[in-house]
Design a protein around this ligand. Structure first.
Ligand SMILES: C[S@@+](CC[C@H](N)C(=O)[O-])C[C@H]1O[C@@H](n2cnc3c(N)ncnc32)[C@H](O)[C@@H]1O
Length: 391
């Protein structure tokens, strides 16, 4: 299958699709160092701002009339603004997503795969997801949405992401079955643990791509030494807690504002647990995650391993740019599973499902926030009449 990749990043998703046999005919991202990384490993990416481009022109230059893509992979970073008084699509701040839908219209791929953070489920009071899916259905797609818990799929990491799959030919699609289905101790079960992923990198502290000091020093070392596996800054004696951490957690206590409203829990050091999946790799990981057994932080290469990049994959740019590329990526091993599930579904007969929302599973948790319930109610109206809500 021929694929066009939008917001391609370092190419985590694309590597998985390529490994499954897809031919990526073009890839676009607006960040130079990221495109450089992509091209060193996969080739064929161009720098392009997808918020203000003309897909008709791009299509012309790619000759996609001749080689129309079977699939578009990649999704826009979720911004999504509630448009008080105006329609969602009239708000210029929603340009990234409206352009994405334009790309679907222009290239008319038979399939698309859009990956996003779980925030997409509740952004703009559910309006973002609802309006997007509605447009996709209007373009003739049957839609499948699932919140994925990566540790269920042999990925050594607790990472939640939303995957939206669309098909324009009415083919039935099934998400890949988890290899380690989660129930009960959902976060801690994994067929692949952090140890499995990085044990052989124990003594690598100064690898070619990653100048991390072999030993931390000073108060940072004092903190690290005191942390046992699974412990974080809050478990340290107050004299060792970072001043900003103390300020933030104290403020939280006195005014009672939940930490999510402040942009997340107070950051700080965390010593990872070796025999569990790693915590989510983000651009902050090499500053926050302490190796389970060594008195040092995770290296960039260890983060890349947890994201299932092969060691042959090189990341270019400044240190913070490389970390960002890794934290942003879809784990290639997971992407390959999705790619294979699409190849499988592509063999099934056409016109068996309507252009509608066919399936959505927005959480595995029993309790759901009022925000998620709002989104579910909106999405429900996009199901085909005969369909039951699946959750
Ligand atoms: C979540 S990352 C994609 C990761 C990628 N799917 C992977 O697996 O490696 C989102 C990407 O969107 C790119 N991006 C953000 N705004 C953009 C824009 N206006 N035009 C093009 N690319 C953009 C960022 O540079 C970033 O690489």
């Amino acid at each position: 299958m021929k694929a066009i990749s939008l917001f391609s990043g370092a190419g985590g998703m694309d590597l998985g699709f390529r490994n499954a046999g897809f031919d990526i005919i073009a890839a676009f991202d607006n960040h130079a160092a990221t495109v450089d990384t992509y091209n060193k490993n996969l080739g064929g990416a161009s720098i392009l701002d997808l918020s203000c481009c003309n897909f008709a022109k791009i299509s012309e230059s790619l000759g996609t009339q001749k080689y129309s893509p079977d699939i578009i992979i990649g999704g826009p970073p979720c911004q999504g603004f509630t448009s008080a008084g105006t329609r969602f699509w009239d708000d210029p701040r929603n340009k990234l997503i409206s352009n994405y839908v334009d790309a679907l219209k222009q290239f008319s791929p038979r399939w698309f795969v859009m990956e996003n953070v779980e925030g997409i489920l509740t952004t703009a009071e559910g309006e973002y997801l609802y309006e997007t899916v509605k447009r996709m259905i209007e373009l003739g797609y049957s839609i499948y949405i699932r919140k994925i818990y990566m540790q269920e799929y042999s990925i050594p990491q607790r990472r939640k992401r939303v995957i939206i799959i669309g098909n324009r030919e009415g083919k039935a699609y099934k998400f890949p079955e988890p290899t380690t289905p989660a129930s009960g101790q959902i976060y801690r079960r994994a067929s692949v643990t952090l140890r499995n992923a990085i044990f052989d990198l124990q003594d690598v502290t100064d690898e070619s791509i990653d100048q991390v000091p072999s030993e931390e020093t000073g108060i940072k070392l004092e903190r690290i030494v005191k942390l046992k596996q699974g412990q974080s800054m809050k478990d340290l004696p107050p004299e060792l807690q970072h001043a900003s951490f103390k300020r933030r957690s104290h403020r939280r206590v006195i005014d009672g504002i939940p930490s999510e409203k402040r942009g997340g829990a107070p950051s700080g050091l965390k010593r990872l647990v070796y025999d569990e999946p790693c915590l989510t790799i983000t651009s902050a990981s090499p500053c926050e995650f302490v190796h389970p057994e060594k008195n040092r932080m995770l290296t960039i290469r260890e983060c890349a391993r947890v994201q299932t990049f092969p060691d042959s994959f090189v990341f270019t740019g400044k240190r913070n740019e490389r970390i960002l590329q890794i934290g942003n990526a879809v784990p290639p091993v997971f992407a390959e599973l999705i790619a294979n599930s699409i190849l499988h579904a592509d063999e099934s007969p056409s016109h068996t499902v309507q252009a509608s929302l066919v399936e959505y599973v927005l959480t595995k948790a029993e309790a759901r926030s009022p925000a998620l319930v709002r989104t579910e109610k909106k999405l429900e109206t996009l199901l085909t009449n005969s369909q039951q809500t699946l959750f």
